[in-house]
Each structure stands twice: as C-alpha cells, then as structure tokens.
Design a protein. Structure first.
Length: 232
C-alpha cells in the first residue's frame, strides 16, 4: 500500500504524466490470454452478469488460446501483437519471446512518435524483468522506464493504475466473443478488429478516468480502488 501511494504521489508531481506514459501489462496478467472457449479469468477481469453464479459449466482442461500484447497511451494503441513460434503456432510469452517482440515490433512502431518524451511502464513478470530485457528497454527509454528493476519502480499488484487492466482487456473481451468463434484465426481477427475500432475519444476518457484514480488513491492513503463503473 505504501509503494502504491508513493508512486501515485510521484505521478501527480510529474507534468502531463498521464499523456506521456506508454502503459503495457500489469498485475496478474502476463499480456492477455484469449481462450477459444470464451473463458475469462475473473481474477484479472471483472464482468458483471445476471446469470446464476452457482451453475457449473464443464470446460476442457487445456482449451486453445491466444496470447496478445498491446501498449496503450494517450495517443493511441500500439498492437495487437500475437505471440507465435517460428511455425506460426500460438504460444505463451517468456523472456526469449518478449525481447524479440520489443526489438522487432514495439521499438519500430515507436519511430512514429517522439520517444524522447515518452515513458514506458510494464509489470514485474519474470519475462519482463530479466536482466537482458531491462537492459534492452533502458537502451531505448533510459531513465523513463517504469518497471521492477528499472529506474522508476512500479508498485506490484497495482491493476487499478493501468488502463489495460481497468479498461482495455475487459472491454475487448466483452466484445470479441459475441459471435462465439470456433477457430483461433477467427478469434484473432475479432481481437484485431475490436482494438482497431477503439476511437481517440474513448482513450481520452480512459486517461481522464486514470487521473481520477490517482486522486482517489492519494486521498485514501494508498488503498486500492473499489470496483467502479467506467463511462465510455
């Protein structure tokens, strides 16, 4: 809680901080998993439903899934990036897959932006914070890296401060399963479409919501935010 509060105070002291940060993953999410059977990890994503919560539904032990990475900032969304091996098969993320994504996808995308004015935030997952990964990110962002083992420490379990956690993944998952995709390729197309359709005005609302969260956390002396309704 104290680390949570210290980081919020640091953010509030920085000029135009919310519009200068590229947010990536956080909390208990290593990127985001999209399961073909529509399963949503309720530890990561809260979706209210009127359905009976006591009903049991059998699901496969190891259903097929996609692992997706995105970066969100006030100027737009970078991604989506799907982790695949050399044969084109979907895989989960580890350090050896995360670093090539940074080098071959993310950094080239930043060429369209003024990187000198942007900070980069990521969570403390091992694949994100290996020494080789941190060194790679420091080469680009120098002292503007917000991460465990980075110049600016990111407080663990701070999902309420990351737009991907409190907005993006929940929003996308609420839409991509509407047509009950039966193939991973179809699900991937849905994810790309939903993310591409997110308008600048919606992102402006996301950042405004983020600044309100900072004020709440400061006034509550670092307490995590309760569930709130996000207005589009």
């Amino acid at each position: 809680m104290l680390k949570h509060l210290r980081f919020v105070i640091f953010e509030l002291q920085e000029t135009e901080f919310p519009v200068r940060v590229i947010y990536t993953t956080n909390g208990r999410i290593d990127e985001a998993h999209f399961w073909l059977n529509g399963y949503v990890n309720k530890q990561n994503c809260r979706i209210w439903s009127e359905a009976n919560p006591q009903v049991y539904v059998e699901t496969p032990l190891h259903p097929e899934k996609l692992t997706v990475w995105c970066a969100l900032w006030a100027g737009g969304i970078i991604g989506s990036y799907f982790f695949k091996n050399y044969e084109g098969h979907n895989v989960t993320v580890n350090g050896d897959r995360y670093r090539p994504m940074i080098t071959n996808f993310f950094i080239p995308e930043l060429n369209n932006h003024d990187v000198q004015e942007l900070c980069f935030q990521q969570d403390g997952a091992t694949c994100h914070t290996a020494r080789a990964t941190i060194d790679l990110l420091k080469d680009t962002f120098v002292d503007r890296l917000i991460s465990r083992f980075g110049p600016v420490n990111w407080p663990p379990r701070s999902c309420d401060l990351t737009p991907l956690d409190y907005f993006l993944w929940g929003y996308v998952k609420s839409l991509v399963y509407a047509d009950k995709s039966q193939m991973l390729d179809h699900l991937e197309d849905n994810i790309r479409r939903v993310i591409a359709d997110i308008r600048p005005q919606m992102l402006e609302n996301v950042i405004e919501n983020w600044t309100s969260r900072l004020d709440y956390i400061r006034s509550s002396r670092g307490s995590p935010m309760p569930e709130i309704i996000f207005k589009m």
